[in-house]
Structure formats: structure tokens, C-alpha cells
Ligand binder design. Structure first.
Ligand code: GLN
Length: 656
């Protein structure tokens, strides 16, 4: 067994490793060329109410390439300012204008801005960019009449005042996108992988179109469309993503969400269970309590449908649900296929039998008079028409906790959203639900038209449409796509386990994880908890992070007088001792203000330009070694040893 590495070896390994930093937003590791560990130049800044990450080197390179900006230095500075605007009286609009400014002019290329946004997944028809596009059209129309070349977006350039007027309604989104701070930062890499999965699954030939509804029996088995929409509104599509189809049983999920939002889940579940049925979706059966097993099978869905706005007449009930669907879809196409409605209604003996069985067992709420009306309403909702583009936004609204990512509108109540995802997870794929949740591990809902939606909570919604169904009534290509998706990406519900050996690609933005590390680092520094700070350091945590007041671990350790911690942060973790908080104070200022003399002396020495070179870091190694021996004496240690924390009092000199 190899001997336990000495602290010197650990640190040297750590320092060597520090030469390798994980580029946030990609799973690729980028070897830096720095001889010494990265300094604390990529701190955290607070803008508005969220911590915004300073763009990674990868982002700057990507954006620099798109912008054809030679020097990425000022690009980096511009992007950093974007996360901390109004710093030098330059608003975000000014910074964006500078990023796209045409050299030697007072104009900027808004065409290039649109191109960059598209490369990050934000389309021109994004409702959040609508005002910008309308203003742009106004401005360019004038130009267009002058010369036809203005038809090409890449020629769309505007003077500063018009550029700023154009982008100001969407500056927050543009700023977030340019900082690569959307939920899937490396959009091109991610969508390339999705396209390859699409092409792979297009070759799947299993299954047959549904035969019991004549209109569906005529479906084209070759059709296959895929659309994705993230919770930040990033969108991409492949194949037959714009061809309309009937939503069929996918409507069960949204009808339940609407009913539970309007009536409360408790009321709904007084009449419908929450258990998988283990039967085919249109079996005539009830659970042991005499209720339909769940809202995702026909019996449960017919009862749920009967609960939606029962006091309205049929036209207004339909209109109400259509409006709700269109809200959830962020304005994407939702129509109605009358031919399918008539075709289904004329071949619905099984559903009529289910309805009479439900009535016989008193499964409907009070006041449900007409079974015909109820069934017609159910068939109408099954015959609502949509495309993959539509369904991906509806699925993304579920992924986003009930708020539509394209409009920011709250469409489904939070509790109802949680409940519908739970039921999709356990019952959404009919009698294949257990196998699907085992192998894919994501909430999903299928329909006999070949539509299937898959929800990756807090990340995205996916719509898959291909008419051939497997023997469980689910789209064969849709199921194959879902299995391959979670084979490549760590989206499975339990891929998030700590200490997993998964080597899957994680396309998500990193900041939540780094932000989670920020808090323990700050508390460890404040408490002088050397064991914790060492552990975090060896786990790769960035000890130069700062909170929303730009307070760093060094500030906190200096205030508390934890000399050992201060020395570790400066000498080993190489944090920048000159970083100022929002009030312009450095750690040295804090130590002085709180009378931590030993810390003042050390920090003055450290920040008087005494370079902490690698040679002296061997002294640091000894310093680090000393961390393992008796720690350097630290006045606050006495207080800590006596289990009494050193009190903070500006008016009381605590340090002798
Ligand atoms: N699984 C499905 O999509 C079934 C829906 C269809 N309208 C029916 O009631 O049978």
C-alpha cells in the first residue's frame, strides 16, 4: 500500500491540479498554461438579486470567435461588466453596444447580436425578443427601402441611440445569454449530441400506428419530430417538428394540471387515485377504493375532465381549456382537429362503456349530468392539435415549476405542477411506466397519436412525435430516444447522487453547484475551521468566491482574527488579498478595524507586493506542514479553545 502522501505531496498535487480548471458550462477539462494556480480574478459579482458568474474562458473564446473580436481581453472585461453593470456609469445597453460596435463607426451590428443569441438557443421569434424585433423592423424598413442588401440580418446595423432603443426591452435576457448564463451554456455542443440521438432513433422501425381510431390509423409511420425547450427558453428542433398532430392522452396530464390548479389536488383525488393501474390505458376497472386508478388512464381522465368548469356551457368550457393550453404553450400553435374528434366520437364504444361503468359506481362529482357532454369534452381535448414545438414549450413549463419560460407567466399552480410530474413519473407511460421510470428516470406522458413529452425538471421539456406505437401504446421512437438521452446525459432522476461513478455528460450551467460551495467556504473561513477549509480546497472549491456584498473568505477570517486561516488562504490557496468588498474595504482594512493586529501584520506583508512566488511557496509548504502540526498561535484560538467565540465589537478592542 503506498505510504500516505505528505502534506507537501498533497499540496503539490493540488497545485499541479490547480493548473487544470473545469470550464463552467462544459464537462470538458481545459488545461491552463498558468504556472501558478489561478488567482482570484474570476470572482463572483452580484447583479440585481442573483449571483452571476464571471464568464469562463470558454465563453470568452466562443463569443470572441462569433464576434470576430481579436483581443478577448476587453471582451472579458465587457462581459464581466455585464454581470456587474452601472459600475462605471455604463449601463448594460452600453456594454452590449460596445460588444457589437463596428470599428471606426458609432454603429453596432444588431444582426450579429441576433446571430449570437441564436447560437445560444434564443430564436428571433422568442416572445421575449418581440419588442426588439418590432423596433428593429421599424428602423431597418427605412434602410430597406434604400437598399435591398438590408434584407440580410448580417447587414442590420444601427446607430447607438437606435441600437439601445431596440435592445432595452430585452437587455436582461441578452445580458444573461452573453454571459453564457443560460441553463445549457454550451448550446452548440448539446444540440449536436441531441441531433445524433435523433438520427440514431430515426432508424427504429418497431411498432404500428394506432388502429382503433380511423384518423390515427392513417398516420405516416415515417414521421419523426423532436423539439426541445429549456427553462431559459433555449429552443431547437429536428425532423417533422412543425407537422401538427393530435395530443390525445398527453392532454390527460395538462387537463389534470388545470383541474388541480383550479380545484386543488385534494378535491381531484377525492374522485381519482394516484396509483399505476398495471392495466391497459382503457381498461374498465377501478381501484380497491372504487375510484379510477389515476388521472393518466382513460377512466381517471374522463372523471377529471368532468371537473373542469362544469358550470360553463360546452363552448365556453372548450374555450377556457384552449386558452389555458395556449398560455402553457407560450403562444405556440394549439388548434383543434375536428376530423379526429368526429372519428374518435364515432368509434368510442369502449370509452362509452367506461363512462357508464363510472356512472354506475358513482365516480363522478355531484352535478355531472350528461355523460354525452362529458365524453364529447374529453374527445375534444384529445383532439386538440399541436406540434413538437408547441409540446416542448408545454413540457418546459412543467420543467419550470408551472411558469412558462417563453412568457414568464404562471400557468400551473406549483403544487399541481409537482403533482402532475409525480403522476407522469409513476403512471405516464401506461403499463410501461415502471420500466420507463427505472430505465429513463424522468416524468413522461405518451399519446396514441405517437406524441410523447419528457420533462427534465429545472432543465427542459422535450417533445417527441412518431406515430408507430409499441405494444404498450407508447411511441417506439420516443421511448428509444428517451433511453439514449439518459445514456448520454446525467438526466436520470438518480444520476444526481453524490459519489456517482457516472461519466455522463452534464450540460447544465455550473453556477448552482459553485454557488452551493460558496456558502460553506464563507462559513468555514468565518469560523476558522481549518479542517473544513482544507477539505473544500482539496475538493476544488474556489476559495476566492465572494457573497453578494463581495465579501470574501479572507475578509471574514481577517475580521475574526483567524491568523491560521488568513495565512492558508493567502499562502496556499493564493487568494488575492487586495480584493475589495462593496464598501471598498480589503481584508487588511477589516483586520485593522477589528483590532486583529497579527492579521494586519501578515496581510500588510502579503499585500505589500511581496510576491508569493513558487520558491517561497516551499516555505508555504512548510507553512502548510505546520497546519498539520501545532497550528500557528492565533489570539482567537485562546477564545475558541475556551469554547467562547471571540465576540465582535468595533467599540471593544478584543485583541490584545
Ligand atoms: N392513450 C391515448 O392516447 C388514448 C386517448 C384516446 N383518445 C382514447 O380515449 O382512447
Amino acid at each position: 500500500m503506498s505510504p500516505t502522501p505528505t502534506s507537501k505531496e498533497i499540496v503539490s498535487e493540488r497545485i499541479e491540479r490547480l493548473g487544470i480548471i473545469e470550464e463552467p458550462g462544459t464537462s470538458e477539462i481545459v488545461q491552463t498554461t498558468q504556472a501558478t494556480p489561478p488567482t482570484a480574478t474570476r470572482g463572483w459579482f452580484q447583479a440585481n438579486t442573483t449571483l452571476i458568474k464571471v464568464p469562463s474562458h470558454r465563453t470568452i473564446e466562443q463569443l470572441g470567435a462569433i464576434l470576430e473580436k481579436g483581443s478577448t481581453k476587453n471582451l472579458s472585461e465587457s462581459l464581466r461588466c455585464l454581470s456587474n453593470p452601472y459600475h462605471e456609469n455604463r449601463g448594460r445597453e452600453d456594454i452590449v453596444f460596445d460588444l457589437f460596435k463596428l470599428n471606426g463607426t458609432n454603429e453596432a451590428s444588431i444582426g450579429k447580436l441576433i446571430t449570437v443569441l441564436k447560437g445560444l438557443g434564443l430564436r428571433r421569434d422568442d416572445p421575449r425578443l418581440k419588442e426588439m424585433m418590432l423596433k428593429l423592423r421599424t428602423f431597418t424598413k427605412l434602410e430597406e427601402e434604400l437598399n435591398h442588401e438590408m434584407r440580410d440580418p448580417n447587414h442590420w446595423k444601427l446607430p447607438k441611440d437606435q441600437f439601445i432603443e431596440c435592445i432595452s426591452p430585452s437587455t436582461a435576457l441578452i445580458s444573461q445569454a452573453l454571459q453564457n448564463n443560460l441553463v445549457i451554456p454550451c448550446w452548440p455542443i448539446f444540440t449536436e449530441k441531441i441531433k445524433n440521438i435523433y438520427l440514431m432513433c430515426k432508424e427504429v422501425r418497431d411498432g404500428q400506428c394506432a388502429q382503433y381510431i380511423p384518423q390515427l390509423a392513417r398516420g405516416d409511420p415515417e414521421k419523426f419530430g423532436v423539439s426541445i425547450c429549456t427553462v431559459d427558453g433555449q429552443k431547437a428542433s429536428w425532423g417533422d417538428s412543425k407537422i401538427p398532430f393530435c395530443v390525445q392522452s398527453v392532454s390527460k396530464a395538462f387537463n389534470y394540471a388545470i383541474a388541480a390548479s383550479e380545484l386543488g389536488a385534494n378535491f381531484v383525488h377525492d374522485y381519482v387515485g394516484q396509483e399505476p393501474s398495471g392495466r391497459f390505458f382503457n381498461e374498465i376497472c377501478l381501484d380497491p377504493n372504487g375510484k379510477p386508478h389515476n388521472p393518466m388512464v382513460n377512466s381517471g381522465a374522463i372523471v377529471v375532465t368532468s371537473m373542469i368548469q362544469p358550470k360553463l356551457d360546452t363552448a365556453d368550457r372548450f374555450e377556457h381549456v384552449l386558452t389555458e393550453y395556449r398560455k402553457i404553450a407560450g403562444g405556440e400553435y394549439v388548434g383543434f382537429n375536428n376530423a379526429t374528434f368526429l372519428s374518435e366520437r364515432s368509434s368510442a364504444d369502449r370509452n362509452h362503456a367506461i363512462a357508464y361503468f363510472l356512472k354506475e359506481n358513482k365516480c363522478f362529482p355531484e352535478g355531472v349530468a350528461s355523460l354525452t357532454e362529458t365524453l364529447d369534452f374529453y374527445f375534444q381535448l384529445c383532439s386538440l392539435e399541436a406540434t413538437c414545438e408547441t409540446m416542448s414549450v408545454m413540457a418546459a413549463t412543467l420543467a419550470n415549476g408551472g411558469v412558462c419560460p417563453m412568457t414568464g407567466e404562471r400557468c400551473i399552480a406549483p403544487g399541481a405542477c409537482r403533482d402532475v410530474l409525480s403522476l407522469m413519473y409513476s403512471c405516464g407511460m401506461y403499463d410501461a411506466s415502471g420500466q420507463f421510470s427505472f430505465s429513463v428516470g424522468l416524468p413522461a406522458k405518451s399519446g396514441v397519436s405517437g406524441i410523447m413529452i419528457v420533462v427534465v425538471p429545472n432543465v427542459m421539456g422535450i417533445a417527441l412525435w412518431s406515430p408507430p406505437l409499441d405494444k404498450m401504446g407508447n411511441s417506439s421512437r420516443g421511448v428509444a430516444f428517451s433511453k439514449e438521452l439518459v445514456k448520454q446525459f446525467n438526466f436520470h432522476n438518480y444520476d444526481c447522487l453524490l459519489h456517482t461513478e457516472s461519466t455522463k455528460f452534464d450540460p447544465r450551467r455550473r453556477d448552482t453547484r459553485e454557488r452551493d460551495q460558496c456558502v460553506p467556504v464563507l462559513f468555514a473561513a468565518r469560523d476558522g475551521d481549518m479542517a473544513a477549509i482544507r477539505r473544500l480546497y482539496m475538493q476544488g472549491a474556489d476559495l476566492s468566491v465572494s457573497d453578494y456584498d463581495q465579501r470574501t473568505p479572507l475578509h471574514l477570517a481577517a475580521c475574526e482574527g483567524h491568523l491560521e486561516m488568513v495565512r492558508f488562504l493567502v499562502s496556499i490557496a493564493k487568494v488575492d488579498a487586495t480584493v475589495k468588498d462593496r464598501w471598498g474595504l480589503t481584508a487588511t482594512d477589516d483586520a485593522r478595524n477589528f483590532g486583529q493586529i497579527t492579521c494586519v501584520e501578515f496581510l500588510e506583508a502579503a499585500t505589500q507586493g511581496q510576491s508569493i512566488s513558487r520558491k517561497s511557496s516551499s516555505e508555504d509548504f512548510s507553512l502548510f506542514d505546520s497546519f498539520n502540526d501545532s497550528p500557528v498561535s492565533d489570539p482567537s484560538d485562546k477564545a475558541r479553545k475556551s469554547h467562547e467565540r471571540p465576540r465582535f465589537a468595533i467599540d471593544e478592542q478584543q485583541c490584545d
